[in-house]
Write a protein that binds this ligand. Structure first.
Ligand SMILES: [Zn+2]
Length: 164
């Protein structure tokens, strides 16, 4: 077996989590990842690189600090509720909204039940007609840290990433 972190040949690997990716690593590299959620008291014992990786991870998870990170627009999960509430606030029937955006009433009905995932053009029409926002900007999860086949990230790669 090959350690996916340092690339060393080893006869035993452990599955650990590093920056949200799972890697099979040798016993020397186990300490760079998390086998499970770390307990607070273990933090003091962590190596510098593990701590820096954690800081990166926290930064990527934080909703407020993704300036400069790649983002993507996604449909908000509670769009059915938002549409229904905005329509009711205007005292419109589903038919009324349907007519205004030139769609079938059944489309509005399915939207409000969450039965369909509207295409962008439909989202835009509904947003404009009801004056609501149904899309939110979320950080794009980059596939760069994913392991592919036998060639995983080496420690050298991680250090390179840190310097970027
Ligand atoms: Zn290793």
């Amino acid at each position: 077996m090959i350690c996916e972190l340092c690339g060393k040949e080893t006869n035993r690997t452990t599955l650990v989590f590093i920056e949200g990716s799972s890697l099979r690593v040798c016993s020397d590299c186990e300490k760079f990842g998390e086998v499970r959620k770390p307990a607070k008291k273990e933090e003091a014992a962590k190596s510098t690189i593990a701590q820096r990786l954690e800081v990166r991870e926290r930064r990527m998870k934080s909703r407020d600090v993704y300036e400069g990170e790649e983002t993507t627009l996604e449909l908000v999960p509670d769009f059915p509720k938002l549409i229904r509430e905005a329509r009711m606030a205007r005292e419109w029937k589903q038919e009324t909204l349907a007519a205004k955006i030139n769609e079938k009433t059944s489309v509005i009905n399915k939207l409000e039940r969450g039965d369909i995932r509207p295409v962008d053009s439909l989202v835009k029409k509904v947003e404009k007609e009801l004056g609501i926002k149904l899309m939110e900007r979320v950080p794009l999860i980059k596939p760069e840290a994913k392991t592919s086949g036998s060639k995983g990230l080496t420690l050298g790669d991680l250090i390179k990433l840190e310097k970027e």
